[in-house]
Design a protein around this ligand. Sequence first.
Ligand SMILES: Cc1ncc(COP(=O)(O)O)c(C=O)c1O
Length: 434
Amino acid sequence: MNDHKALILDEVRKYHDDVQTVGEFVPGVTEIWPTGAVHDVADRVALVEAALELRVAAGQRARRFESEFARKMKRRKALLTTSGSSANLLAVSALTSQRLQDMRLRPGDEVITVAAAFPTTVNPILQNALVPVFVDVELGTYNPTVDMVARAIGPKTRAIMIAHTVGNPFDVADMARLATEHDLFLIEDNCDAVGSRYDGEPTGTFGDLATVSFYPAHHMTMGEGGCVLTSNLVLARVVESLRDWGRDCWCEPGESNTCLKRFDYQMGTLPRGYDHKYIYSHVGYNLKATELQAALGLSQLGKLDDFCAARRRNWRRLREGLDGVPYLLLPEATPRSDPSWYGFVITVDPEAPFEASELVGFLEARKIGTRRLFAGNLVRHPAYADQPYRIVGDLTNTDIITTQTFHVGVYPGLTDEMIDYVVSSITEFVRVRG
Ligand SMILES: Cc1ncc(COP(=O)(O)O)c(C=O)c1O
C-alpha cells in the first residue's frame, strides 16, 4: 500500500476511536432509536479507501458485492441498485418486458398486493400502468394468508407482489405454489427480511424476483442502496438492461466487446452493425449504485449474520418482557418461519381504555422512538385518491393497523438496558392506564 494511503487510513482509525463515544445509558434522556445503522471501524476505512481511489461509478467492488450477496442469498444473480424502492421498480418493470413474450404484463393487468404496506412496494405497479388489487392482512403476523390472495385472483391477475412484513415471512412456499398453479409471477419484497427463513430456506428464494433495501434502517446498509435477486437469467438480463439506461449491451464500464459481436447486430429497424453499446431494447432508467455504496456494502456484509442474530435476540427480549401485558396484541412469527426481525410491532386493542396514540406519546416523551406500520392503509392516503385499484373483501384489519399499530426498534445498536427500559415503560403505562 502506498505510504500516504496507509497514513490516511491509520488516521481514519484514530478518528473512528475519537468519535466512537459510547455514553452511559440514561433512561428517559438517551434516545432509543427505532431503527439505525451500526458501523464499525472497518466500515469507515472501507468507505474512505474507496473514496481515495476517486472511482465513484460502479466498478469492481459493485460487481464483487453482487456476486457475494447473490451467494449469501442463494440466488444466481444480485443486481445492485440505488434503493429498495428502485429495486421494486425494476422488478415490476421487468415483468412488462417484451423479452417475456406472451408472459409479459400489459397495461391494465392486475397485481395482488396489500394496502398495509410501504408505498414503494405498491407504487411500481401503478407506475407500470398495472392495477393493484388489495387484500387485507392478519393482525399479529401483519401478512395476508394464501387464502386471502387466492380469493383475489381474477381473469386479469398476472402477478403477486408482497413484502415479508417487518421481517416476518408470509407463507411464501404455498404462495409460490399458488402462483405456479395460476401462471402468476411472484415478487417477494424482502427489504425488511434479509436473513429470515421459511421452511429453512432464505426468504427471497421462493419468488421469481426478490428485492432488498440497504437504507440504514435495514438489516445491513450502504447508506442508500438496494438489490434485485433472481435465479431466472432472462429476468436478470432484463433487470440489468432496465437499470442501465435500457441498453441491450451488458459490457461492464471500461469494456467494449464482451459479446465479441459489437458491430454485428441488427435490432429494431437500425442498420446492421450499429454499435451494440448504444442499442436500447428497453425503455430504461439509470438506477445504478456507486462504488462507494458497494465498498460499504462489502464491509457490512461480513457482519450480516451477527446483525440478524442481534435483531432476533432483541425481539425475543421484548416478546418475553411484554408477554401477558393486557390490551396489547404482541407479534407472532408465522408458522414454519424463523424471522430476522425488522421491528417489534404492537397493536393496541381497540377496546383498551387508552388510545394507541397516548401510548406512543408516552414512549416518545421517554425518548423511546416509535414508528407506524408504514403507511397503515395506503388507500387512505391522498396520493392514491385517483389511482386505479381494486379491493377484495374488506380492509378491516388494515384499518385497525392504521389507528392501533406501531413498532419499536430491535436493531443491533440497542442494548439489553434499553430494551428493558422499553418493556418497563410500556408495562408501567398499561398498569396505570389500563
Ligand atoms: C417493505 C419495504 N419495501 C421497500 C422499501 C424501500 O426501501 P428504500 O428506502 O431503500 O427505497 C422499504 C423501506 O423501508 C420497505 O420497508
